[in-house]
Design a protein around this ligand. Structure first.
Ligand SMILES: NC(=O)c1ccc[n+]([C@@H]2O[C@H](COP(=O)([O-])OP(=O)(O)OC[C@H]3O[C@@H](n4cnc5c(N)ncnc54)[C@H](O)[C@@H]3O)[C@@H](O)[C@H]2O)c1
Length: 256
């Protein structure tokens, strides 16, 4: 299957690092006109030429609106709501208001801020694709990560609901639920869990595979591949799905 994204206009939030960056570059390489943003402007500076980017805190709707004001008049074929932060690794009684609200603002609110602006444009053009980053934490419980799990379960509900609202307008809405993806973010998450549990980070890494049927970690390229496929016409009748790329997670935290 050969996929070209020639002529597609794509907006991906948080394209500076991680899966957002891998996807931004993959879609650019396949011919799409890719727009992205990130709170880390230094990371944006290292993206390949031809990708348009803006520094932005996606928790702030006014910053996203200013970017979307520039993109949307030219149309938008694909919106990838990728931004999300891990939030604190703490028992619920230890989480502050600020930690809770920040995790939900970046991980959940940003998807609403972008979608509500993209939808009228997609309706008017008669097509569109929205891809929301969920997580296996949006399908299962996740001890010590309650704000993140709450945000991602909300994203699951948001995705299913938008798929119902927008299907009649030929707009497809899906979620992707990655397992543990190799990279800086999971290095930080593993360190946090090791501290909370008082165990070695290598033991945490091992435990993360114990609850996975395929006992696997995931490469960011696997997520980019699925986003490319879902953006293409090959996926023209795939909507309302939360698709795991995780080797099948049975539990997120086998008890130690
Ligand atoms: N890494 C994983 O194992 C994993 C697993 C499941 C789901 N996810 C989800 O996938 C998505 C991407 O995760 P990742 O691990 O690739 O990301 P990451 O932690 O590597 O961060 C990606 C980018 O987000 C940017 N960012 C952070 N806060 C921001 C803000 N307020 N505004 C704008 N940009 C901001 C960072 O600067 C960074 O460049 C997230 O929604 C995450 O919850 C990740």
């Amino acid at each position: 299957m050969n996929i070209s994204l020639e002529g597609q206009r794509v907006f991906i939030t948080a394209g500076g690092a991680g899966m957002g960056r891998t996807t931004t570059i993959a879609m650019h390489d396949l011919g799409a006109e890719v727009f992205t943003c990130d709170i880390d402007s230094t990371a944006l500076d290292t993206l390949p030429a031809g990708i348009t980017s803006w520094p932005c805190d996606v928790a702030d709707s006014s910053q996203l609106d200013a970017i979307l004001d520039e993109i949307l008049p030219g149309g938008l074929d694909v919106l990838v709501n990728n931004a999300g932060v891990a939030g604190p690794t703490k028992l619920v009684e230890d989480i502050t208001d600020e930690e809770w609200r920040h995790c939900l603002a970046v991980t959940l609110d940003s998807q609403f801020f972008c979608s509500r602006r993209a939808v009228p444009v997609m309706k008017a053009q008669g097509h569109g694709v929205i891809i929301n980053m969920v997580s296996t934490a949006g399908i299962l419980g996740y001890p010590t990560r309650s704000p993140y799990a709450a945000a991602k379960w909300a994203v699951t509900g948001f995705t299913k609901t938008l798929a119902m609202e927008l299907g009649p307008h030929n707009i497809r809405v899906n979620g992707i639920a990655p397992g543990s993806v190799s990279g800086d973010r999971m290095d930080r998450v593993v360190a946090g869990h090791a501290e909370v549990e008082g165990i070695d980070p290598d033991e945490v890494r091992r435990l993360y595979t114990v609850g996975v049927s395929m006992q696997s970690w995931i490469d960011p390229e696997e997520i980019a591949d699925l986003i490319v496929f879902l953006s293409s016409d090959h996926a023209r009748h795939i909507s309302g799905q939360i698709i795991g790329v995780d080797g099948h997670t049975e539990t997120l935290w086998p008890r130690t």
